[in-house]
Design a protein around this ligand. Structure first.
Ligand SMILES: *Cc1c(COP(=O)(O)O)cnc(C)c1O
Length: 379
């Protein structure tokens, strides 16, 4: 793990705490999830749900997850064999890669990528093959030829994160068809990171890769309650996949953590069954927060790309006369009292991301307004 160091989120959040700057770096909300869900966790603790729950997750949560995939996407999973509860999507990523990638296998990832992908591919002894997302007509996408060229005889897995952190891209059906075509042609397994499945804007629609022809049987889908229910500190995530893959992932998971928090599993089961209208309210409010932050960043002189989903905006710093996002991100708390994350740490081809920083908009309006006000002086 030499070379991995401290995650950029921890570094930038520590910088925000040290300098008192407004933290638009790490993507966590500054308001709570649905009150009845919080109460359900408290009640579960009072009712004695305080010992090891079953390794694969409590049955009521696995049933609620299967019901959600069926109702929302028409995907049918058997709760007892095809659903696994994990310690956040982070453990889902870790256990899936450790279970399914052998040493020397190649894993295709779209960059910029979520930082745990690179770390877990390394721990699995596998090799990452990046495909770069670049702005085309105001939105980040990939070149199908570059994707095709990244797949070779050693390729075993492809990691697909949509809605995508940090670019905000929601893959279209056409883009997903390109990915699915390659998976079927080369017999690849897809790991899909769908933690922002509910957080899409305007007319963008999240389409799980598993819904495409030939994909359900080769897709390991990951999601989480953290982003959907504004409870990133609870760390309840899940895997839905065909039974042999779930068995493989669970075999690893049992030695990482064995199981996940008993009271929070119960509360998330409640939330999946009862609080989806609350999530729709969150989605709408994030859409207006996105617009609020973007108009502020544009006014401050950044070039922004309007995200179709997630919590994040990629901002190009070059119009302000800067060239290196890492330098700017380290100086920004002093210069402007705001913390952002340099996007280049999410790239293998650092050059492609050098001039981007990522701002999070999952914050109260007054926090966004104050940050934007401070950034106005930057030019
Ligand atoms: C936040 C995030 C995760 C981690 O989810 P947890 O449930 O908190 O572990 C995984 N992938 C992406 C893309 C994320 O943004």
């Amino acid at each position: 793990m030499q070379g991995f160091g401290t995650t950029i989120f921890a570094e930038m959040t520590a910088l925000a705490v040290r300098t008192g700057a407004i933290n638009l770096g790490q993507g966590f909300p500054d308001t709570d999830g649905p009150p009845a869900m919080l109460e359900a966790a408290i009640e579960a603790i009072r009712a004695g749900a305080n010992q090891y729950p079953p390794g694969p997750g409590v049955p009521e949560l696995r049933e609620a997850i299967a019901a959600q995939r069926l109702e929302r996407y028409g995907l049918s999973y058997e709760p007892a064999a095809e659903v696994l509860v994990t310690v956040g999507a982070t453990e889902g990523i870790a256990a899936s890669l450790l279970a399914l990638a052998e040493p020397g296998d190649e894993v295709v990832v779209f960059e910029p990528y979520y930082d745990s992908y690179a770390a877990m591919i390394a721990l699995a002894g596998a090799v990452r093959k990046p495909v770069t997302l670049r702005p085309v007509e105001g939105r980040f996408t990939f070149d199908p030829d570059e994707l095709r060229a990244a797949v070779g005889p050693r390729t075993r897995l492809i990691l697909v994160n949509s809605p995508h952190n940090p670019t905000g891209t929601v893959f279209t059906r056409t883009e997903l068809e390109t990915i699915a075509g390659l998976c079927v042609e080369h017999d690849l397994i897809a790991i899909t990171d769908e933690v922002y499945e509910y957080l899409t804007f305007d007319d963008a629609q999240h389409i799980p890769l598993a819904t495409l022809p030939g994909m359900r049987e080769r897709t390991v889908a990951l999601s989480s309650s953290g982003k959907s229910f504004s409870a990133t500190g609870w760390k309840i995530g899940w895997v839905t996949a065909p039974a042999p893959y779930v068995r493989a992932v669970q075999t690893v998971k049992q030695f990482l953590t064995y199981t996940a928090s008993a009271p929070y599993q119960r509360a998330v089961a409640y939330a999946l069954q009862n609080e989806l209208p609350w999530v729709e309210g969150l989605r709408k409010s994030l859409e207006t927060k996105r617009d609020r932050l973007i108009s502020g960043l544009d006014a401050a002189g950044f070039t922004t790309y309007r995200p179709q989903g997630t919590y994040f905006v990629q901002a190009d710093i070059r119009p302000l006369g800067f060239t290196d996002g890492a330098e700017l991100a380290r100086a920004l708390p002093e210069k402007a009292g705001v913390v952002a994350v340099p996007s280049q740490v999410f790239y293998d081809r650092t050059e492609a991301g050098r001039h981007f920083v990522r701002f999070a908009f999952c914050k109260r309006d007054e926090v966004i307004d104050a940050a934007v006000e401070r950034l106005r002086g930057l030019a």
